[in-house]
Design a protein around this ligand. Structure first.
Ligand SMILES: NC(=O)C1=CN([C@@H]2O[C@H](COP(=O)(O)OP(=O)(O)OC[C@H]3O[C@@H](n4cnc5c(N)ncnc54)[C@H](OP(=O)(O)O)[C@@H]3O)[C@@H](O)[C@H]2O)C=CC1
Ligand SMILES: CCCCCC/C=C/C(=O)O
Length: 495
C-alpha cells in the first residue's frame, strides 16, 4: 500500500474521462450540455461530464440493438466471450490503482476500501461470470419417445443498467459481468455523482476487444437518462440498484412501455441479532461495526438495527464503543482513514438529520466539514422511532434490547424491507432456526457480509424484485428461456 502523499500525488496526475461511450466512440451529449462531478471530500470540480437526454438514450439503444442483432457479440461462442471478458478483467487489474483513485476521488470512499475491496472484487466478479459462461449447459426435457424437448437459454437482448453511487465500480461489475457473458448488449447509466469509473471501464473494454456498440455508457441524471432507459421500447430488460422509490418507478416505466423485464435491487433496514451466549464479544462488536460503518454506512445491506439480549447489552455496547472509536475519520486518500465523507452534501444533510431525535447517543454523533459523520450508535426503547424504521444510509446504528430470540426475530421482521440480516449466537440450532425465520435474501450467522461471487444477492419484500445479482442466478437475469419441441415420429424405420 502507498502512503497518503503518494496517493495524493498519483491522484493529482490522473487523467479523468470526460466523454460518454456510444457505439465504441467517445462522444459528448447531443445537446452539448454538461454537468460537474465533484470530489465530496473537497468540494472541488473533478470533471465536466456530458449531460445526456432522451435523444442520447435513443442513439445508444439503436447502437446496442444493431450490435445485438448482427451477432457480433451475442452469437460468439461462449468460450470466445469468456476470452474477451477475462482480458477485460486483466486490463482492469493492470489499471487497478488508477481506478481505485478515481473511485475514491469521485465518491469519497476510502482509498483502503477501493484498493482492497471495490477494485479486486469487481475484477473477481467479472472473472467469475466469464469463467462460468462456457460451463453452463442447457436442458433436455423429460419428453416422450416420439418428441425431443430442448430448453435453451438465449441472451435477453439489449439491457439497460442503472447504477447507484455507493459501489459504482462493484455494482457495475455485478451487472455487466453476467449481462455481457450471456451475450447481451448494454446501455449503462451510472449515478450522476459517480460516473468516472464506469466511463473508464467502458474505454478499457474497447481495449480488451469488446466490439463497438456492445457496451455503451450515458452520463446524466435519473429523469433525463434513467427514465428514457426505463421507457425505451427497444430495451428488453433493465437491471437497477438504488432506492425503493426509484425501483418502483422502473416497474411503472415498464408497464407503460414494452413490459421489459425489470430486476430491482433496492433498500434495506437490516437487523442484527445478538444473543447472550456469544463467546467473544469483541469479535461480535468488530463484525457489527464493520456491518454498520463500512462505506460510511452507505450500503443497502448495512447493519442498521441491532437487537441485543438485555443480559449482554451493556457489555456489548461498551465493546462497540471501543471498536467504533478505532474507526479513524479523515481524508479518504489517507490509507489509515476508515470513515470519509458521505457522497454529497445533499446526502449528508439527509443523514445528519437523524442525529437529532429521541434516541440516546451511546457513541459518536459529531459531524465534520459539512460532509462527514463519525460512527454513531443510538439506543432506543421502542421500535417505532423513525431511526429504527427508515433507511438512513449513513454511519448510524440503532440499538434495542430484547428479552428473547423470539422477540428479536419478530422485531427483525417488522420492516417493509428484507435484504440482509445477521444472527450471533453460540447455539447452532437456534441460529439456523432464526436465520430461516427472518424474511431476508441473505442471513449471515456469526459474521457479517454478502457471501461471495457464487452466492445470490437480492431481497425479499420491498428490497428486491425480479431476480438476483451474483451467482448463476444473475446470469438468469440476462437470459430468455426458449423451448424447442421436435417431432420424432415421422420415421418408418421400425425402431
Ligand atoms: N440499494 C442501494 O444500493 C442504494 C440505495 N439508495 C437509497 O436511496 C436513497 C436516495 O439515493 P439516490 O441516489 O437518490 O437513489 P436513487 O435510487 O434515486 O438512484 C439510483 C439510480 O437511479 C437513478 N434515478 C434517479 N431517479 C430516477 C428516475 N426518476 N428514473 C430513472 N432513474 C432514476 C439515479 O440517477 P441520478 O442519481 O444520476 O439522478 C441513479 O443512477 C439513499 O439515501 C439510500 O437510502 C441509494 C443508492 C443505492
Ligand atoms: C464485497 C461485497 C460488497 C457488497 C456490497 C453490496 C452492496 C450493495 C448495494 O448497496 O447495493
Amino acid at each position: 500500500m502507498l502512503n497518503k502523499v503518494d496517493y495524493k500525488t498519483q491522484a493529482t496526475a490522473l487523467k479523468l474521462p470526460s466523454k460518454m461511450i456510444v457505439d465504441g466512440v467517445q462522444v459528448a451529449a447531443l445537446s452539448g450540455k454538461t454537468f460537474a462531478t465533484l470530489n465530496p471530500a473537497t468540494g472541488e470540480v473533478l470533471a465536466e461530464l456530458p449531460a445526456a437526454s432522451a435523444a442520447d438514450v435513443d442513439k445508444a439503444v439503436t447502437a446496442a440493438r444493431y450490435a445485438f442483432e448482427d451477432g457480433r457479440w451475442s452469437k460468439l461462442a461462449p468460450a470466445n466471450r469468456k476470452k474477451v471478458l477475462l482480458k477485460l478483467a486483466s486490463v482492469i487489474e493492470e489499471n487497478a490503482l488508477e481506478l481505485a483513485l478515481m473511485e475514491s476521488l469521485d465518491s469519497g470512499k476510502t482509498i483502503s476500501d477501493c484498493t482492497s475491496i471495490d477494485v479486486p472484487e469487481a475484477i473477481n466478479s467479472l472473472r467469475w461470470h466469464a469463467e462460468a459462461v462456457d460451463k453452463i449447459y442447457d436442458q433436455v426435457s423429460p419428453a416422450n419417445d416420439s418428441s425431443l424437448g430442448l430448453v435453451v437459454r438465449e441472451p435477453i437482448g439489449v439491457v439497460g443498467i442503472v447504477l447507484p453511487w455507493n459501489f459504482p465500480l462493484l455494482m457495475l461489475a455485478w451487472k455487466i459481468g453476467p449481462a455481457l457473458a450471456a451475450g447481451c448488449t448494454i446501455v449503462v447509466k451510472p449515478a450522476e455523482e459517480t460516473s468516472l469509473t464506469t466511463l473508464r471501464v467502458a474505454e478499457l473494454a474497447l481495449d480488451a476487444g469488446l466490439p463497438p456498440g456492445v457496451f455503451n455508457v450515458l452520463t446524466g441524471d435519473g429523469p433525463e437518462v434513467g427514465e428514457p432507459i426505463g421507457r425505451h421500447p427497444q430495451i428488453d430488460a433493465v437491471s437497477f440498484t438504488g432506492s425503493t422509490d426509484t425501483g418502483r418507478r422502473f416497474l411503472k416505466y415498464s408497464s407503460e412501455s414494452n413490459l421489459k423485464e425489470v430486476v430491482l435491487e433496492m433498500g434495506g433496514k437490516n437487523p442484527c441479532i445478538v444473543m447472550d451466549d456469544v463467546p467473544d464479544l469483541h469479535a461480535v462488536a468488530s463484525h457489527i461495526a464493520n456491518g454498520a460503518f463500512w462505506n460510511m454506512g452507505q450500503n443497502c445491506s448495512a447493519i442498521s438495527r441491532l437487537f441485543v439480549h438485555k443480559d449482554v447489552k451493556d457489555r456489548l455496547l461498551k465493546k462497540l464503543t471501543e471498536v467504533a472509536r478505532t474507526w479513524t475519520v479523515g481524508d479518504p486518500l489517507d490509507p489509515d482513514t476508515r470513515v470519509g465523507p458521505l457522497v454529497s452534501t445533499t446526502h449528508f444533510e439527509k443523514v445528519s438529520a437523524y442525529l437529532e431525535g429521541d434516541g440516546k447517543v451511546v457513541v459518536g454523533g459529531k459531524v465534520f466539514n459539512g460532509t462527514t459523520i463519525e460512527p454513531t450508535i443510538m439506543e432506543f426503547d421502542r421500535h417505532d422511532s423513525k431511526h429504527v424504521r427508515e433507511e438512513i444510509f449513513g454511519p448510524i446504528l440503532s440499538v434495542i434490547a430484547v428479552n428473547s430470540l423470539a422477540e428479536a426475530v419478530s422485531l427483525a421482521n417488522q420492516t417493509e424491507y428484507g435484504l440482509a440480516a445477521s444472527v450471533f449466537t453460540a447455539d447452532g440450532t437456534r441460529a439456523l432456526r432464526a436465520a430461516r425465520a427472518i424474511k431476508a435474501g441473505t442471513v449471515t450467522v456469526n459474521c457479517y457480509g454478502e457471501g461471495d461471487a457464487a452466492t445470490p444477492f437480492g431481497g425479499y419484500k420491498q428490497s428486491g424484485f425480479g431476480g438476483r445479482d451474483k451467482s448463476l442466478q444473475a446470469h438468469d437475469q440476462y437470459c430468455q428461456t426458449k423451448t424447442l419441441w421436435i417431432d420424432l415420429c415421422n420415421s418408418n424405420e421400425g425402431f
